[in-house]
Design a protein around this ligand. Sequence first.
Ligand code: SF4
Length: 286
Amino acid sequence: MNPGMETLFHDAVIPGSGWPGDPASETTPVAPLAGSVSELANSSPDLQELSARVSVCRACPRLVAWREEVAQTKRKAYANETYWGRPAPGFGDDEAGLAIVGLAPAAHGANRTGRVFTGDRTGDFLTAALARAGFANQSTSTHAGDGLELVGARLLSAVRCAPPKNLPTPAEQATCAPWLDRELVLVSPVVILALGGIGWKATCAALARAGWALPRPRPKFGHGAEFVATRGEPEPGGTGRGWARIAVVGCYHPSQQNTFTGKLTGEMMDAVLSRCRALVKGEGDY
Ligand code: SF4
C-alpha cells in the first residue's frame, strides 16, 4: 500500500482496497487543488481513468472535510456500514446515447455506497423508472456490486462530492466542472436529461464551454423543457461530418421532496424517459 494513499484517505475507503467497482488504485493521480482538476480531467484517456481520478479528487477542502466527516459519524441506520467517503464518479454505459446529469451525491446515498444515485429514495425512484424505460437491467439500486447495469444511459453529476445541505458553492461547482466536461466528451451522448434547475444550468454551461451553440436567449429550465444545441455547420449535400446536434431535456429532480409531494410522479418520469428514448433513436421532432 502506498503510504501516501493511507494518509490521504484514512477517513474514507482507501483506493484499490477492494470496494466493489472502485475504479482507482494506489497509483491513481490525486487532484489536491482546484488548479489540478482541469489538467487531470483533460489528460484522462478514457472513462475508466477519468472515473478513477474523479474518485480520489481532493480539490475542494470544504467538501472533502464534509464527505469524510459524514463517513465517520454516519446515520444511525447505517452505523454498522463502512461509508465510501469519496467522490462518486459517473456510472453506466460507456457509449450511452443518453447522459443523465444530476446535482451531487447525497451524504448517506452515494457518499455511503460509492455509486451515484444509489442507496437512497432518489436512487430508488430513478432506477425503477430507468428499468421501466429499458435503460436498466433491474429496478433497484442498493449498493455497489448489486448487479445493476445501465444500457444506453449513463448517470453523472455536476458536482461529485456530497455537499452540506445539498448546496455546493458556485466556486465548488466551477472547480468540479472539468470532470463533467471531460466525461461528456468521452461519452458523446446525443441526448442529455438534466435533472433539476442545477442539472440544467450545469448542462448548459458544459455545452457552451465545449463550443456548442445554444439557443438565445438561453432556454429556461422546466419539466419537459427541451432544446437542441448544435456544433459546426451543415454542408448542403455533404456527408454530415463536422455537423452535430445534441438534445437537452429537462426533468424535475427525483428528490425525495419532489416525489413525496407528487411534484414529480412515476408517470411524469416515464414520459420524459420515453421522449429521451425517441430522441436517442432520432424519432420525433429533433
Ligand atoms: Fe473534486 Fe469535484 Fe469533489 Fe471538488 S466536488 S473535491 S472538484 S470531485
